[in-house]
Ligand binder design. Structure first.
Ligand code: ADP
Ligand code: MG
Length: 264
């Protein structure tokens, strides 16, 4: 198991009030090499879940383990080491350093992980950008910048890659190409992927799809079709009783307005 959570609960402090619980006791486990998608209406807690599972944030209650390390108990240096080499991140906003070229962006990560320098060019070749390695991010298209970000993430050969809406800022054709590169890059490395996405077609290519509703794990679908995912995302939540697999459907009445957030 590369990533697992038990009873993962996350609350945020609220100005002039009690903390708000955003994630309610979530149990998730992801195997090495597995491709898992997380879908759900906007505001359902997908990003918060990804941040907790990846060690970027600590859970308020419960446990998260990455590669056998308990993120709540690990020292700051153990967590930093995990982030440098075991875990990779790809965000919607690319997060490239603007003053560095594509190769330098990737090389920086490779150097931090104390990996051989040649990894940077190899990773850019793997995402089809060898010819653009001396370009600065401002001169690259959105799709190209995201491919650099993927190269940066895979260059250190992580065991798990976390991606939060990696195609969210791209048109659908470019987004599909970026997803194909992501899948291909990790498939050849036996790296697990945990992908948060609004794109049901993309989610349907995962081994497993976790449907998040109002901060609870509402359903887990094995190799579903896009239609099955849509149905799970949009099914009305019972107002009074927990839905299947949901401990508390608090805020279920707010599920309606979020429907439009997921593209069919
Ligand atoms: P999603 O990614 O599914 O759209 P998020 O995880 O970003 O959802 O957010 C879930 C809920 O948690 C939202 O209501 C959001 O406003 C709230 N939230 C997220 N981060 C914070 C924070 N740092 N402080 C307070 N509330 C937050
Ligand atoms: Mg989000």
């Amino acid at each position: 198991m590369i990533v697992s959570s038990t009873g993962l609960t996350k609350s945020f402090p609220q100005l002039g009030g009690p903390p708000v619980e955003i994630l309610h006791s979530i149990d998730v486990s992801v195997r090495d090499g597995e491709f898992v998608a997380i879908v759900g209406p906007s505001g359902s807690g997908k990003s918060t879940l990804l941040h907790c599972l990846s060690g970027l944030e600590r859970p308020t209650e419960g446990r998260v383990e990455i590669a056998g390390i308990d993120t709540a108990r690990a020292s700051a240096s153990a967590l930093a080491k995990l982030r440098r080499a075991t875990v990779g991140f790809v965000f919607q906003s690319y997060n490239l350093v603007q003053s560095l070229t594509a190769r330098q962006n990737v090389a920086l990560q490779v150097r931090l992980a104390k990996m051989p320098a040649a990894r940077a060019s190899e990773a850019l070749t793997a995402v089809g950008l060898a010819h653009r390695e001396n370009a600065y991010p401002a001169y690259l298209s959105g799709g190209e910048q995201q491919r650099v970000a993927i190269a940066r993430a895979i260059a250190v050969e992580p065991r798990v890659l976390f991606a939060d809406e990696p195609t969210g800022a791209l048109d659908s054709v470019t987004g599909d190409a970026v997803l194909a590169i992501l899948r291909d890059a990790v498939a050849r490395r036996a790296c697990a992927v945990i992908l948060v996405t609004h794109d049901l077609e993309a989610a349907a290519r995962a081994d497993r799809v976790l449907v998040l509703r109002d901060g609870s794990l509402y359903r887990e679908l094995i190799a579903p079709t896009p239609a099955q995912i849509l149905e799970a995302v949009e099914a009305p939540l019972p107002a009074a009783h927990g839905a299947p697999g949901v401990a508390a459907a608090a805020g279920a009445a707010t599920a309606g307005p979020d429907r439009g957030a997921v593209r069919p």
